[in-house]
Design a protein around this ligand. Structure first.
Ligand code: CO
Ligand code: ZN
Length: 354
């Protein structure tokens, strides 16, 4: 478990908002170089790692996205404060009061996200949540010119500043578990797997802004089945009811039956029965704990894979994660290690199902 924790730490402490994922890609490339037969990077930036199987066996594609939700510098005020655009789905209340890093050509610059303190707000305003238009990044610059001199310019990517920290009960907290946790599972499984079929691990780009890397890599690879590894929300903390999401931290990886928009499950994935069978039977036979889930409110790269070309049988293994899309996501290392086991053994069984 220590090895997996170190891998996760390395991956989450790297920074890579959508479209700026090179650092993360290079870490995965370095990790896998000695374990796979071929590594290439496609035009969009997807890292495609192939471990060749026996002749005439199926091609199994694994998807884990390298991007994290981030921001872009949109405007520099003449007093040196920075306005930003969101790159991915943010919850305004998770943004206020956070520390960030602005990535410039001259290096990383630290900043904090400020707004008007409650003392100076009219009574009515104090009761309302603060939205993005009222926030700005303070980097300590006293003018636009100074900020520019330090390297800040429109379009610079911005990420949370935060390290992996340990909590109790084998839990860890940090930023970008979505989806570096998936990357860690994929990397570790690719290192360990000894499959009959060909396994192709894709560290995919730009998932958070619309499954873009999964779309292009699925077309290129044309696999026989696809499994995405991503995080999903849990129903085990105050404010959520078990009947809404019965998934809990520490009870094993999730196997997603369906996901998508809250009101209709539209725009998401209905997992293919054959891949579901492969995953659930593998878990059962090997005594790996797992949780079946229907996730209302989002989807994963598997959705893009499923509708590629003539269609690809697809499913998702999810890592139960609290406070997703925040700088303090929480997951269990035990779930992570069980997800590695489930993925590795499923890949080793895949040729019996496809
Ligand atoms: Co996400
Ligand atoms: Zn994700």
């Amino acid at each position: 478990m220590e090895e997996l924790k170190q891998l996760l730490k390395k991956l989450v402490e790297a920074n890579g908002p959508s479209g700026h994922e090179e650092t993360v890609r290079n870490i995965i490339k370095e990790e896998l170089t000695n374990y796979v037969d071929e590594i290439k990077v496609d035009n969009l930036g997807n890292l495609i790692c192939t471990k060749k199987g026996a002749k005439d066996t199926p091609k199994a594609m694994i998807l884990a996205h390298t991007d994290e939700i981030g921001m872009l510098v949109r405007y520099i005020e003449k007093e040196g404060f920075i306005r930003f655009s969101y790159l991915g789905g943010f919850f305004d209340q998770m943004v206020l009061g956070q520390r960030v890093l602005i990535h410039t050509e001259k290096g990383d610059i630290k900043g904090v996200i400020g707004s008007v303190p409650p003392h100076l707000l009219p009574e009515e305003e104090r009761k309302k949540p603060i939205n993005r238009d009222k926030m700005f990044i303070d980097i300590g610059a006293t003018s636009r010119e100074q900020a520019e001199e330090w390297g800040v310019k429109i379009g610079n990517p911005i990420t949370w500043l935060g390290q992996l920290e340990e909590l109790g009960s084998n839990m860890v907290t940090g930023k970008a578990f979505d989806d570096r946790a998936g990357c860690a599972v994929m990397v570790q499984a690719l290192k360990e797997v000894n499959a009959q079929c060909t396994v192709i691990g894709v560290a995919s780009v730009m998932e958070e802004v619309g499954l873009r890397g999964a779309q292009t890599s699925s077309f290129t690879i044309n696999p026989d089945l696809a499994i995405a590894i991503d995080v999903s929300a849990t129903g085990d903390h105050p404010g959520v009811e078990e009947r809404q999401i019965p998934v809990k931290i520490g009870k094993g990886p999730g196997i997603t039956i369906a996901d998508g928009r809250r009101e209709s499950l539209g725009g998401g994935l209905i997992s293919h029965p054959k891949v579901l069978k492969l995953l659930t039977e593998t878990a059962q036979k090997n005594n790996i704990p797992y949780q079946l889930e229907i996730f209302e409110g989002g989807t994963t790269d598997a959705t893009a894979a499923a509708t590629s070309r003539g269609g690809v049988p697809s499913a998702t293994i999810s890592i139960p994660t609290r406070y997703i899309h925040s700088p303090i996501e929480v997951l269990s290392l035990e779930d992570l290690s069980n997800a590695v086991k489930l993925l590795k053994l499923s890949l080793e069984n895949a040729h019996k199902y496809f």
